[in-house]
Design a protein around this ligand. Structure first.
Ligand code: GDP
Ligand code: MG
Length: 427
């Protein structure tokens, strides 16, 4: 069974907690894109875990976790993240963590470039709102063929790899010293950095694509985990306010290194309201007290950065698009409990531009100028965090769920009403 779990909205929908749940029945969980700019929160009996690089299956000792081909991996960050979760008693060994030999390495200069460019832009008020973890720079160097992959760490003594490292370093030093007046990095320093990462990670690095293909042939359950929502996909999202990779389900098998395998299902994670981190068009955005109350109720502050998230009502136009472009089989609707305080629940049912109503997700100028059309549904005004079956939910909560289901055009199978593992309803 091959299942992709992807975000339907702008990210932070609660993918981590849903994958943690699915991991109970999974054999393998694979992260297929992005880097350590992810912030997936999982709450277990052992406390709260924020995962940046590691797949959200890592908290289940029997699950094998993979960082797939499509990822960019900052090995220094990976070391820290592993150390942090080991401290909380989670086992991480080459038996339950595998790193794809084809994954791109995020080099120390990628983070530096991200920081330097962001501060340069900030001087003119044009900063991008990057997480400054070097992801865009690592991906662009992947496409410029000017970085190395995890598997290359196993062959640092080969003249071919050494020549590549020298070529990359020359080019990077030109950029860093020429454009940003930084000190040049020496080749021995670079080689020693690579050797250090190789010593740490060699036992984890392998051909994870072949491993996955064989596992699927043997009937294993494999979950492919997205890092961000559809709106952040570099091609299908709100470019340029996107991530630097493809997060949608169609890329999941490619990023896992198994493009010959067909997905059995795609579970779309959709939040009961909207949030968006950083810049970019966010048509359904709410402001003022209405926004502040929702942000507080949902504790909407970035897991990786602590930044306050922009908030809005549920956005039917964007969510319908997120479902369509990923061919979602069904939906897990998260954080319904957060709306319990509302008398009337705002839902963005359409966009308006130039006097016309738009109900399919636009791009470019129309998206940038579109205004939301809001309708209000009746709230339920009671605590639903203890509900564990659909029938226990108040009638207005059920009406809200069914309204969304109908308008988005996809079945809702799970509803979460709290961050804890058991705070979940199967519809
Ligand atoms: P991800 O990036 O998609 O994995 O989502 P994040 O972890 O960034 O954000 C989701 C946040 O909501 C986390 O803090 C979760 O602990 C929390 N959360 C997840 N599901 C629920 C829920 O059903 N109710 C509430 N109140 N919080 C939830
Ligand atoms: Mg997140």
């Amino acid at each position: 069974m091959l299942t992709a779990v992807t975000g339907i909205n702008w990210g932070d929908e609660g993918k981590g907690r849903v994958i943690d749940l699915l991991a109970e029945k999974a054999d393998i969980v694979v992260r297929y894109q992005g880097g350590n700019n992810a912030g997936h929160t999982v709450v277990t009996g052992h406390g709260k875990f924020i995962l940046n690089l590691l797949p959200s299956g890592i908290l289940h000792s029997k699950v094998i976790c993979i960082l797939g081909d499509g990822m960019v991996v900052d090995p220094e960050h990976l070391s820290k993240e592993i150390a942090q979760i080991r401290e909380k008693g989670v086992l991480v060994t080459p038996d339950n963590l595998r790193l794809s030999s084809r994954a791109t390495i995020s080099m120390p200069w990628h983070r530096a470039q991200d920081e330097l460019e962001e501060s340069r832009l900030a001087k003119t008020g044009a900063a991008f709102g990057s997480t400054k973890r070097g992801i865009a720079y690592a991906y662009s160097d992947k496409y410029r063929k000017k970085t190395i992959r995890m598997g290359d760490l196993l062959h640092l003594d080969e003249p071919r790899i050494q020549a590549r490292l020298k070529m990359m370093l020359d080019s990077k030093n030109l950029e860093l010293s020429g454009c940003y007046h930084q000190e040049r990095m020496s080749y021995p320093a670079l080689l020693s950095w690579c050797e250090k990462q190789a010593a740490l990670f060699a036992p984890y690095i392998c051909d994870t694509g072949s491993y996955l293909e064989a596992a699927l042939k043997n009937g294993k359950n494999v979950v492919l985990e997205a890092q961000l929502g559809a709106m952040r996909d570099i091609d299908f999202g709100i470019y340029p306010y996107t991530s630097s990779s493809n997060s949608i389900s169609a890329f999941s098998t490619i990023g896992a290194g198994i493009p010959q395998c067909k997905l059995d299902e795609c579970i779309g994670i959709m939040k009961a309201y909207s949030t968006c981190v950083g810049e970019g068009p966010f048509t359904c955005e709410l402001f003022g007290d209405e926004a502040e109350e929702l942000r507080k109720a949902g504790n909407e502050y970035g897991a990786a950065t602590g930044r306050p998230r922009r908030v809005g009502g549920f956005d039917i136009v964007a969510s319908k698009y997120g479902v369509r472009v990923q061919n979602a089989t069904y939906i897990a609707l998260t954080k319904l409990d957060v709306l319990s305080y509302m008398d009337k629940i705002p839902v963005c049912v359409a966009y308006e531009y130039d006097g016309k109503i738009i109900d399919s997700f636009p791009s470019g100028k129309v998206l940038n100028k579109a205004m939301p059309v809001y309708e209000y549904l009746d709230g339920w005004k009671e605590d639903i965090s203890k509900c564990r079956s659909y029938s226990e939910l108040p009638e207005n909560a059920r009406k809200y769920v069914e309204y969304i289901e109908k308008n988005v055009g996809c079945k809702i199978k799970y509803i979460s009403v709290g961050a804890e593992r058991d705070a979940l309803i199967e519809k």
